[in-house]
Write a protein that binds this ligand. Structure first.
Ligand code: PLP
Length: 393
């Protein structure tokens, strides 16, 4: 069957692929521990569930405005004021079917053929594909391990050309868990201002910070940076609402309006019930957000040392999100395997532990482990990996 050129090179999301493979093994009766998933393992808090049920009972089951319910936009504006100290008008906010959809719409409306988007590596798997789907060109900048996987202003400057339209900043980062400091953001921002480059600030892991780290949005640093930044956020990770599919983009009114128009001809609107649930998520108590964050931090602290003690594993301690991103090139070598992709395959086949290979994130010497699973499962998984390494070394 002939397909459009635009999707010919499209690869499936590595994360979803490994999760599906682990699930298939599980369904076939294997005792698989999946550390691939990028979603909190907690249920959505009760008051949010109740708001959704209430919305259904009240008949709020119809189309909504394409860019989202005014009441939800107001809650998002309020959240941005309280959490990030930035004022936005409802016309500068578009609610989408997940942050992924917000990013998709954004690249569709800001990129023309050949426009470049600077993507720091390691990157979240969907960024390059989404840029390419909008006829854009991903330009990679290496976030070096010795700089905690972060790019510097000098590196960014070096990659800017007449075609550069935007740079993506994802802090806290998926897959590394690293967080940019205020000073680093100021320096990156200076380069963007100088060259009039848009900043796509993906802040979806904002609420998951450890060791006393505080979230800083680059948009809050100055009015000029606010004007250049499109913030991407949502409730998937903060409120354990991955399946509800609510995310949003915030920033320049013209861009937001174009995104809303595009949504009106594709998805129409995010699910009405999920929008009402999100109003409750933002307007209601935030205790569950903190309880989940604290649970992730506890797991991180238990598992981090153990992981680093496995022969051939070397990992920097993450400051946010819920991923560990160890360098395992040495482990693959010790096991006599060709590369890390083969190592991941062997761990799944022999030890029934599912990790995501770093190749999908533009960092082939690494693997991503999600600690969004119980401590018992995590310890069990690390024991299995250690057992395997002890067997082969
Ligand atoms: N951005 C990053 C960095 C992510 O890791 C994810 C989800 O994995 C998303 C965006 C998309 O989140 P959502 O569930 O809101 O589409």
């Amino acid at each position: 069957m002939k397909l459009a050129k635009r999707v010919m090179t499209l690869t499936p999301s590595t994360t979803l692929e490994i999760t599906a493979k682990a699930k298939a093994l599980k369904d076939a009766g294997h005792d698989v521990i999946g550390l691939g998933a990028g979603e909190p393992d907690f249920n959505t808090p009760d008051h949010i569930l109740n708001a959704a049920k209430d919305a259904m009972d009240k008949g709020f089951t119809k189309y909504t405005p394409s860019g989202g319910l005014p009441a939800l936009k107001n809650e998002i504006a309020n959240k941005l004021k309280v959490d990030n100290n930035i004022e936005y008008k409802p016309s500068e906010i578009v609610v989408c079917s997940g942050a992924k959809h917000a990013l998709y719409l954004l690249f569709q409306v800001i990129l023309d053929e050949g426009d470049e988007v600077i993507i720091p590596t390691p990157y979240w798997v969907s960024y390059p594909e989404q840029v390419k789907l909008a006829d854009g060109v991903p330009v990679y900048v290496e976030g070096k391990e010795e700089n905690n996987f972060k790019i510097t202003a000098a590196q960014l400057k070096e990659k800017i050309t007449a075609k550069t339209r935007a740079v993506i900043i994802n802090s806290p980062s998926n897959p590394t868990g690293m967080v940019y400091t205020e000073q680093e953001l100021v320096e990156l921002g200076e380069v963007c201002k100088e060259h009039n480059v848009l900043i796509v600030s993906d802040e979806i892991y904002e609420k998951l910070l450890y060791d006393g780290n505080k979230h800083i949005s680059i948009a809050q640093l100055s009015p000029e940076l606010k004007d250049l930044t499109i913030i991407i956020n949502g409730v998937s990770k903060s409120h354990s609402m991955t399946g509800w599919r609510i995310g949003y983009a915030v920033g320049n009114e013209t861009i937001i309006k174009a995104m809303t128009n595009l949504a009106s001809h594709s998805t129409s609107n995010p699910t009405s019930i999920a929008q009402y649930a999100t109003i409750a998520a933002y307007a209601g108590p935030q205790d569950d957000v903190e309880t989940m964050r604290a649970a992730f931090e506890e797991r991180l602290n238990v598992i981090f040392e153990k992981l680093n003690n496995i022969p051939g594993f070397s990992c920097i301690k993450p400051q946010g999100a819920f991923y560990l991103f160890p360098n395992v090139s040495e482990a693959a070598k010790l096991a006599g395997l060709e590369d890390v992709d083969s190592f991941v395959k062997v761990l799944l086949d022999e030890e029934k532990v599912a990790l995501v290979p770093g190749s999908g994130f533009g960092a082939p010497n690494y693997v991503r482990l999600s600690y969004a699973t119980s401590l018992v499962q995590l310890e069990n998984a690390v024991d299995r990996i250690a057992k395997y390494m002890n067997k082969v070394t």
